[in-house]
Design a protein around this ligand. Structure first.
Ligand code: PGA
Length: 257
């Protein structure tokens, strides 16, 4: 991890109702004490952000949002603004998750607008990138990751890089139980880092590409986390299914220390 502090995110997606979300947050708040060794954030569904944030307020766990809209307010039915998220204690946002790109249809242009808006508003941003299986089989993995990374970060200055985390999430590994091998994941992470270094320079850990954390996501679980997290360019994980159980999520955090 070359001096980069590991970062583990729990993406709860459209799961857990109020009581379950509160119970999980309470359990994590009580049991997670290693905030100096690893950054941790959870991403509950919108209706429960407020109550989850209250449960976590005296813990080292950050609260994040799975989505938001770029405008500050106004006639945008169904949308949630960054200032509303700030109101309820959110510090981190996801942008470009594969389910938003490929199920909801979000474009690279919108992802870029979201990244810029969230940085401007002072949020930590996790920009998700990753190839589909047919793209991997056609040898396009690195091209897709470069494209989504460069497009997502277009207009982001080196000064803002400390607010950026990239999550490499091969689409075929998300929620499928299939995990990228540690070698394949490391190769993709290394290529993404090369892309960042090409844009921002690689002169040490002071604001250049080498300082950006790159999480792996896609069926990470207690049984495979240690091997993935031991790779030199894997700096944490974005966890879906295994983030819904405190024991599993805490075991992954333990592996990241
Ligand atoms: P998964 O989801 O761990 O359930 O594969 C990861 C993600 O979508 O962030």
């Amino acid at each position: 991890m070359a001096g980069r502090k590991p970062f583990i995110g729990g993406n709860w997606k459209m799961n857990l109702h109020a009581a379950e979300a509160e119970a999980l947050a309470g359990d994590l708040a009580e049991r997670f004490t290693a905030g100096d060794l690893v950054d941790v954030a959870v991403f509950p569904a919108f209706p429960y952000l407020d109550r989850v944030a209250r449960k976590l307020q005296n813990s080292a766990i950050m609260v994040g949002a799975q989505d938001f809209y770029i405008e500050p307010n106004g006639a945008f039915t169904g949308e949630v603004s960054l200032s509303m998220l700030k109101d309820v204690g959110c510090e981190v946002v996801l942008v470009g998750h594969s389910e938003r790109r490929h199920v909801i249809g979000e474009s690279d242009v919108l992802c870029n607008e979201k990244v810029l808006a969230a940085l401007e508003a002072g949020f930590q941003v996790i920009l998700c990138v990753g190839e589909k299986i047919e793209q991997r089989e056609a040898g396009k993995t690195d091209f897709i990751n470069y494209a989504q990374t460069c497009y997502g970060l277009a207009g982001v200055s080196a000064d803002h890089l400390s607010q950026i985390t990239i999550a490499y999430e091969p689409v075929w590994a998300i929620g499928t139980g299939k995990t990228a091998s540690s070698a394949d994941a490391q190769a993709a992470h290394k290529a993404i880092r090369a892309c960042l270094n090409g844009t921002y320079g690689d002169t040490g850990v002071s604001g250049a590409g080498e300082s950006v954390r790159i999480q792996y996501g896609g069926s990470m679980k207690p049984g495979n986390a240690a091997e993935l997290l031991a790779q030199p360019d894997i700096d944490g994980g974005l966890i879906g299914g295994a983030a819904l159980k405190a024991d599993d999520f805490l075991a992954i955090i333990e592996a990241a220390k």
